[in-house]
Design a protein around this ligand. Structure first.
Ligand SMILES: Nc1nc2c(ncn2[C@@H]2O[C@H](COP(=O)(O)OP(=O)(O)OP(=O)(O)O)[C@@H](O)[C@H]2O)c(=O)[nH]1
Ligand SMILES: [Mg+2]
Length: 306
């Protein structure tokens, strides 16, 4: 399956929910005020967020489209508007800028941090880069083992300490090892934490502080992993993590099989942060580069442009 088809199948629950309701709103109607209102409500219930939904509909209203429109017409309009909203937020990571390029992974419990590190390790490794992982989740019992398994699969070294050990100290050791071994990319896993837990959020600040004793420019990327199925709560998470972890970009996971794929638009609207990748499954290959147009078209249930 190509990227578009994988994304489309992942987003099928989201696009089906949107498409079915769109059909009943549009069915051979004009884009009058009432229809536009219903469309806006549909976008809001599809998790695109109040502000993005209002904007998208205002832009469409401005076009003053006369006559009847088909469902496909409206999908094209929505896809174009959503693409425009997301376009500024698309962006691959550029790990060639530093060596080692240090990536800190943060997020709430179960968001997909460890799995995403595994997927990225696989991807970078395939691109011929040397990768090292740091098992900075010293809190959860099986976390170190889980990361070690991903490391073995991708054939990359994993720096560990004992369970209950100091995460910042482990990160420090790992950065030193990555420097000594001239590793291209170091990815540091962290324990899941709720954004409401101040002590654990402070621990992230400590990890960054300690890493900066070695190199004031690290981490080069602080990635917040957001689980799409949490819907609007992802926004609250992002705002707090941005403060403590100095979030520089987002990876949204579990976009396969959720009906809440629209939340990515709300996130992009609210946070001025790039969305680098999206997770569409549990295996190493299930990480896609985020592309605004492809995402928008899959979300509204249109075919690929090409
Ligand atoms: N369907 C699907 N499942 C995913 C995706 N990413 C991660 N998962 C699953 O989500 C669950 C949690 O993933 P982890 O990587 O352990 O999450 P974590 O953020 O490291 O969790 P903690 O370390 O407990 O905070 C696992 O069962 C993963 O397989 C995704 O993109 N799609
Ligand atoms: Mg984990």
């Amino acid at each position: 399956m190509g990227i578009f088809d994988r994304l489309k199948s992942g987003l099928s629950r989201s696009s089906r929910a949107l498409g079915e309701n769109l059909g009943s709103i549009i069915n051979r109607r004009r884009l009058d005020k009432e229809t536009l209102q219903e469309l806006e409500e549909l976008l809001i219930t599809s998790d695109l967020g109040l502000s993005a939904s209002a904007d998208i509909i205002a832009n469409i209203a401005q076009k003053k489209i006369e006559g009847e429109v088909s469902e496909a017409d409206v999908k094209e309009m929505l896809a174009a508007e959503i693409t425009e909203k997301l376009a500024a937020q698309s962006g691959a990571l550029n790990p060639d800028m530093h060596q080692p390029f240090v990536i800190l992974m943060t997020g709430v419990n179960g968001a997909g941090k460890t799995t995403t590190i595994g997927k990225l390790a696989h991807k970078f490794q395939n691109e011929g880069k040397s990768v090292m992982l740091a098992a900075g989740d010293t809190f959860r019992a099986a976390a170190i083992e889980q990361l070690t398994i991903w490391g073995e699969r991708a054939n990359v070294p994993v720096v560990t300490t004992k369970q209950g050990g100091d995460a910042a100290g482990l990160a420090f050791d790992a950065l030193q090892q990555a420097k000594t071994s001239a590793t291209d990319i170091l990815m540091i896993d962290t324990a899941g934490r709720l954004q409401s837990n101040n002590d654990l959020m402070a621990e992230l600040e400590k990890i960054i502080r300690v890493l900066r004793k070695i190199d004031p420019d690290v981490p080069h990327a602080s990635l917040l992993i957001l689980d799409a199925t949490t819907g609007q709560n992802a926004l609250a998470q992002a705002e707090i993590f941005q403060k403590s972890a100095e979030t520089s970009g987002i990876i949204m996971t579990k976009l396969d099989g959720t009906a809440r794929g629209g939340v990515l638009v709300a996130i992009a609207e609210r946070l001025n942060l790039p969305i680098h990748y999206i997770g569409v499954g549990e295996t190493a290959d299930d990480l896609l580069l985020f592309d605004a147009a492809i995402y928008a078209r899959a979300l509204v249930g249109l075919e690929d442009i090409s």
